[in-house]
Structures are given as C-alpha cells and as structure tokens.
Design a protein around this ligand. Structure first.
Ligand SMILES: NC(=O)c1ccc[n+]([C@@H]2O[C@H](COP(=O)([O-])OP(=O)(O)OC[C@H]3O[C@@H](n4cnc5c(N)ncnc54)[C@H](OP(=O)(O)O)[C@@H]3O)[C@@H](O)[C@H]2O)c1
Length: 370
C-alpha cells in the first residue's frame, strides 16, 4: 500500500469530534458535568466528546478541550464575567459539530437559540422556555433547524428522565396514531395529593413540601398548574399540533383570588384553600376516589381538547396508583387502545434529569457517529 493510500485510510478512520458547551451549573448542570468524563470514555473510539465551554448566569469558561474531571475547580478559578454576545461570537468561531446544552431556567437564554443555531449549534434543552415559546417563534426555530440540518432534543423538559417524548416519537414513526395522552406531570402536585389525607390542613402539607425543597420558591407557582399546562403544550407539539398555552384550559388548584399578591397575604387567607381541599378530599373519599392534578390531551375526529385540572379518579384508575413525586403518562393509541401504554416514575430530581440529558447527548452522538 502506498503512503498516500495509508494516509487516506487513516483519514477515513478519523474519529469525529463533538464540541459540548454546557449552560447552567445548578443542581442538574453540576450533576450532568460530573458524569461527563465517564461518557467521554464510553464514546471514545466512536466520537471524541470535547467539553468546550461552561456558562452560568454570571461567569463563562470558554475554551476547547476543558478537563471534565476538574470542571468545578477550573470554572471557579478561570470563569469570567461575560455578555451573551461573547458566547455567540465564541460559538461562531468554534469549528466542527457543536451542541449547546441548556440547563438553565432562563427565557433570555432560550431567546438566544436563533443565534446559537445560526452559529451551527445543535441544541439539547432541559429548559422548558424554548419548547413553549409562542407557536410562531417555535415554528420559526424548527424551520431554522431544518435549514441548518441541526437537531433539538428536549426529552427532559417533561417527566425529567422519563423518556416520554421519545416514546411518542417512536409510536408516530411506527405509523401509530395517538388519540389521548393523560397523566400527572408535576412531581410537586403528585407529592401533595398523594400525601394529603385530611388529617391536617392542606396548607401544612404545602409548607412541608416547601421545606423539603419539592416546590418552587413560591409554592403558588406549582399550585397555579401553569407548569403542568406548559408540559402538556410540549407533548402536544411533539404530536405536531400547533397549539399555544392559551389553547390549553387551565383550572388552577389554587382559588384565583389567592394566586397573586404577597405570600404573607396568601398565608393569612390559606383557610379558604384548606376548606376547599378538605371538601373535595372528603367527597372523593366517599366515592372511593382519590384526588389528582391531571393533564389531558385528546384528539377525537379532528377535535383537540386540552386541559389541566384537579380531578377525582377511581382507585383502580392508572392515575391513582402513584408514589409521591411520581409522574405518570398514559398513552392511548391505535396500538394501545384497550390497554393503554403507561410510563411511570420519578418526574423530577437532578440525578434522573442529568441522566436524561446524557441520553439526549447519546442520541445526538449516534446520529453524528453513525
Ligand atoms: N431539577 C429538576 O428536577 C429538573 C427536572 C427537569 C427539568 N429541569 C430543568 O432544568 C433546568 C435547571 O434546573 P436546576 O434545578 O438545575 O436549576 P438551578 O439549580 O436553579 O440552576 C440553574 C442554573 O442556570 C443558570 N442560569 C440562569 N439563567 C442563566 C442565563 N441567562 N444564562 C446562563 N445561565 C443561567 C444559573 O446560573 P447561576 O448559578 O449564576 O445562578 C444556574 O447555574 C431548569 O430549566 C429546570 O426546569 C429540572
């Protein structure tokens, strides 16, 4: 074999690289980064995963070939203040396949996606803000991704590590038609309604959930049901439906008068919530039912019905058999008509969510490395 032939062979076997930039170093971001070096080893021989940047809301460390093992120390030592434009400029200059992993809760970060795509980045999001943008903006992003032949994976935006979007995609690709998706999509409300037994006021369970770190800083954000509404929108879009948040009927768990204003004012009036919840709980119990805050999306004869609401469900219904904090997704389709497909498990937590993000990254690697 000639020298030229050897060099051609070596070139053809060159391992592709993927530059990975991580945004967010909080609960999930830290867990994701801590596992990164193991994944580098797992994929070595197939693709070289290069850690090429870490940013949070205050600092950025932007350099290729960062050592994943010492990310925390290096980020603390060398991370510097930056502007959004610095990140975009860095990404524009960065060669080769690249992916930004958005593990922030930030709408302003999600609004940078068009610039990131323009710079040639694939996107993986745990952040729901991008996948729930107004439909026109969302469709424009999808179009831009198609033009640039880039991927956007967002499996952790609903159900944390549970692969609900992936299951929906596989069913659709197999030719199935989904008629209904329902379930419990909020770990916080799942915990509250599984724990609440009428033995003490509902607001005391809310306080306990807050102290355990299960709620948003203001638990009324969970009780408003808006997070569940957003998650149902994500699944509706996964089905190809052009919906906006306003198309999903929202019946908050919290009486509307208590939803706004100071926490202190809410706390003084909490008895109204407690009375309402006790009455609903007792009524459900008398009917051999349990309370669940449920989401449902049904597609019947071209009619779309989407809503999130507090419901009383029979003890033998799939939504009843739930461990506190669990999410459950019940999918009814042509293949799963009489006996629905049920996916259940923890719907929050940094370990499972970081795992889900690595699963998205592995999916991208499979596409790039073949
Ligand atoms: N925790 C879960 O169980 C779970 C499950 C599924 C999905 N998620 C989603 O995952 C994301 C992260 O959750 P988390 O629990 O890790 O949150 P977190 O602990 O609050 O961390 C958020 C991180 O994002 C950074 N950040 C905020 N705004 C930013 C911006 N504009 N640019 C760059 N970085 C920014 C923060 O920076 P600073 O450090 O400077 O504040 C912080 O490092 C959220 O979107 C959440 O909804 C979480």
């Amino acid at each position: 074999m000639t020298a030229k032939a050897y060099s051609l062979l070596a070139e053809s076997k060159a391992i592709p690289e993927l530059q990975v930039i991580v945004a967010g170093t909080g609960n999930v971001g830290s867990e994701f980064l801590t596992r990164f070096s193991k994944q580098q080893q797992r994929f070595s021989g197939k693709i070289a995963l290069q850690l090429a940047g870490i940013v949070n809301s205050r600092h950025a460390l932007l350099a290729s070939n960062l050592a994943a093992d010492s990310w925390q120390r290096d980020f603390q030592q060398f991370g510097k203040g930056y502007a959004a434009a610095d990140l975009v400029a860095y990404l524009q200059d960065l060669a080769g396949p690249k992916v930004v992993i958005d593990i922030t809760p930030s709408q302003s970060f999600a609004r940078q996606y068009p610039a990131l795509i323009q710079a040639g980045c694939h996107i993986i999001s745990a952040n729901k803000q991008g996948v729930t943008l107004p439909d026109a903006e969302y469709q424009a992003l999808r179009q831009q991704l198609r033009q640039h032949k880039l991927c956007w994976l967002s499996n952790t935006t609903v159900g944390a590590g549970l692969p609900v979007q992936r299951i929906i995609q596989e069913l659709l690709q197999s030719g199935d038609q989904i008629q209904r998706i329902s379930g419990v999509f909020s770990g916080t409300l799942s915990w509250l309604l599984c724990q609440y037994d009428g033995s003490k006021p509902f607001s005391e369970f809310v306080l306990e959930a807050q102290q355990l770190g299960y709620t948003e800083p203001d638990p009324r954000d969970d009780l408003s049901g808006k997070d569940v509404q957003r998650k149902l929108l994500v699944l509706a879009r996964e089905l190809g439906l052009k919906l906006d948040l306003a198309d999903i009927r929202l019946n908050p768990l919290l009486p509307t008068e208590l939803a706004t204003g100071e926490w202190q004012d809410f706390w003084q009036q909490r008895e109204r919530l407690d009375r309402q919840m006790l009455a609903l709980y007792q009524q459900a119990k008398a009917n051999q039912q349990v309370l669940r805050y449920a989401a449902s999306l049904s597609l019947q004869a071209g009619q779309i019905k989407a809503e999130v609401s507090l419901q009383a469900v029979a003890l033998d219904a799939p939504l009843a058999a739930l461990a506190p904090c669990d999410n459950i997704f019940v999918i009814e389709s042509n293949w799963y008509r009489d006996n629905p497909l049920v996916l259940k498990g923890p719907g929050a937590g940094s370990i499972v969510t970081a795992g889900g993000l690595h699963a998205d990254l592995a999916q991208l690697v499979a596409q790039l490395a073949g």
